[in-house]
Design a protein. Structure first.
Length: 186
């Protein structure tokens, strides 16, 4: 019996916004039109392991999420889950629609709730969030206010949580307020 047990985080409640001690992630000057899903496909083409390895990584990420990952491991958990989700954006899905929708929700939650320090995960997190957003858009799972069926809820994509997820698909010439509308209606 272990003397020290980690208490799972409550993932069902919305995360607190970054504290004043956390620096808000600001996207670098962007020249890529992320509303063109072909640009997201290019990020994933040739980057995936075999199907068996993808499913193994995805399963491990899903289990870690269910166990309540520690704050510093959220980006890693999201990355594990994208190992199978990436096949969907390449039009070779290996997850059921239900599994893929839940994976999108979880990846976006993990990315949005990861700490801002250390800064290095923020270099890789936008790619993972873009994948989840592209799969969400492909299946029209976005909130109804953005033209979808609402399987990926307003809570995950709400405008008051403009941090990594919100800004990772910001395209040139698009205001911060119009990011999600532009991405999902393109």
């Amino acid at each position: 019996m272990s003397l020290f047990k980690r208490k799972p985080d409550a993932l069902s409640s919305p995360p607190a916004p970054p504290s004043s001690n956390n620096k808000r992630w600001e996207p670098p000057e962007n020249t890529v039109d992320w509303s063109d899903v072909e640009n997201i496909r290019k990020e994933w083409d040739g980057q995936l392991e075999g199907v068996d390895q993808g499913l193994l990584g995805w399963g491990n990420g899903m289990r870690m999420y269910d166990q309540g990952p520690v704050l510093g491991q959220r980006m890693n958990v999201a990355e594990y889950m994208t190992r199978a989700l990436g096949y969907d954006v390449l039009d070779q899905p290996i997850l059921t629609d239900e599994q893929a929708a839940e994976t999108c929700r979880r990846v976006l939650t993990m990315i949005e709730t990861m700490p801002s320090e250390p800064a290095w995960p923020q270099e890789f997190a936008p790619r993972l969030a873009r994948l989840a957003l592209a799969v969400t858009r492909k299946h029209r799972w976005q909130p109804t206010s953005l033209g979808g069926d609402g399987q990926v809820t307003e809570q995950i994509l709400s405008a008051d949580r403009k941090w990594i997820v919100w800004n990772c698909v910001r395209s040139p010439g698009i205001t911060e307020e119009d990011v999600m509308t532009h991405f999902f209606r393109s």
